[in-house]
Design a protein around this ligand. Structure first.
Ligand code: GLC
Length: 448
């Protein structure tokens, strides 16, 4: 009995020591460059998402292959008439700057499987298959570097074209001509492409993965078990090794997986999950956050999408995202000729004009002490809290659990000090006499 106990104890000691060691060895430790890049990312607050591919030609979004059940044979005709002769990277980048955006995230390969860069591991790419014949990512990367804009690559994990994307996922079921290859070959293919993206385009901002959810069981309402092994440990490890500062995010709609550097929220403010398939509140991690949203209702160019968001909606969304401590990655889908729709250019420039005056309340801030709602949002920098009043009809601001120690409160436009009451009933600020802006009225709270 005694000996058994002794061996049991020995085993337990051995188990705890080694499991501790192993789990530590496996746990991802971001490098100093990576941590620095995360801070840069959080301070940047606003970026441009670009969905551009051969699908743009059909003017019906980036899911057109799936939505219209276009067979592989039919879809493969598209590259032969993708010829974006008006693509001018310097126009894009100057629009990005005029909009007050600090980075770009562009689709390097979407679910249709077509690579928008010069890949040596497939010839299903822009250089080999289109009359244009040039690597648009290379041209954009060069321009971004010149202009001090960071470039991230969106990369689809899901693929409707390749045979080795097998087992197939939930989507693309009606696409004729899909074969049955080997999953391991697909992983090798992705690794080889990611290596290209991380070695041929200089220093990049990071990789934005999407499509993970394709390989999850789905009962029409809830996601279930994972069906495949994406080999994230190996893939993420390779990215961090090749470019330690590159940030990894994955639009998988679940909590942060070890090795990821930021967390994204698709068409939802962090934790809101109005879409039903978004990331839940209790899955928000401690890494930087990014919300992505469309400027109309589509990601890829959609000719008949008339749901262009108003300047007010866009500015409010940017403020709200910042109030949740998150970046906003605002999407445009350039047309097949390489131009960004004029109406979108106009809205983007309006945001830029607003940011020229108000950027100090967004860039470099963190979420404020007052939780955002439809009427007001707070951001914070040091002891200054920026209270963004979004509802011009509000006369009294009442915050139940506001900051306790307040030195002063003023209306920034008029520089007038505002009277307030701050006691056990909460913080009450009288804004009835202010000349309010229809979009945004700025109130500055200085904490003690
Ligand atoms: C979804 C869509 C995809 C789009 C992405 C952007 O995952 O499937 O088409 O690229 O959202 O967030």
């Amino acid at each position: 009995m005694k000996t058994l106990n002794f061996f049991n104890k020995l085993f337990l000691i051995f188990y705890f020591c080694t499991s501790g060691l192993f789990s530590q060895a496996h746990k991802y430790q971001p490098s100093p460059e990576n941590l620095e890049a995360r801070t840069w990312f959080q301070n940047a607050r606003f970026g441009m998402f670009i969905h551009w591919g051969v699908y743009s030609v059909l003017g019906d979004g980036e899911w057109v292959m799936n939505n219209q059940n276009i067979s592989i044979e039919e879809y493969e005709k598209l590259p032969s008439f993708f010829n974006p002769i008006d693509f001018n990277p310097s126009e894009w980048v100057s629009l990005v700057k005029a909009s007050g955006m600090k980075y770009i995230t562009i689709t390097s390969r979407h679910h249709d499987g077509f690579s928008m860069f010069d890949s040596k591991v497939t010839d299903y790419d822009i250089v080999d298959k289109t009359p244009y014949g040039k690597d648009v990512l290379k041209a954009l990367a060069e321009e971004c570097r010149k202009e001090g804009i960071k470039l991230f690559f969106y990369y689809s994990l899901l693929d409707w074209n390749r045979d080795d994307y097998f087992p197939r996922g939930r989507t693309g079921e009606g696409i004729q001509g899909r074969g049955e290859g080997k999953w391991d070959d697909y992983i090798d293919f992705m690794k080889a492409q990611l290596k290209e993206l991380l070695t041929n385009y200089g220093e990049i901002g990071g990789i934005w993965f999407d499509g993970h959810w394709d390989q999850k069981e789905w009962d029409g309402k809830h996601f279930g078990k994972e069906k495949v092994n994406w080999n994230y440990e190996e893939i993420y490890g390779m990215i961090h090794e090749l470019q330690p500062q590159a940030l990894i995010g994955n639009n998988h709609h679940i909590g942060v997986i070890d090795g990821e550097d930021f967390q994204m929220f698709e068409k939802d403010l962090p934790g809101k999950n109005t879409t039903g398939w978004g990331t839940a509140l209790d899955q928000i991690g401690s890494v930087p956050l990014e919300v992505c949203e469309t400027i109309n209702g589509s990601w890829g160019f959609n000719l008949q999408d008339r749901k262009h968001k108003t300047d007010k909606e866009l500015i409010h969304y940017l403020i709200k995202a910042a109030g949740y401590g998150s970046n906003l990655l605002l999407n445009v889908g350039p047309m097949p000729n390489g131009k960004i729709q004029p109406e979108h250019q106009k809205s983007l420039k309006s945001i830029g004009t607003w940011l020229k005056d108000n950027g100090f309340t967004i860039y470099g801030t963190r979420k404020g002490p007052i939780p955002p709602n439809e009427d007001f949002v707070s951001t914070q920098k040091g002891k200054t809290v920026y209270l963004h009043l979004l509802n011009p009809d509000l006369n009294i601001i009442h915050i139940e659990n506001g900051p306790v120690k307040i030195k002063s409160i003023k209306h920034v436009d008029s520089q007038k000090n505002l009277s307030f009451r701050n006691d056990k009933f909460g913080l009450v600020i009288d804004v009835s006499n202010l000349l309010k802006d229809p979009i945004h009225t700025l109130i500055e709270i200085i904490l003690k």
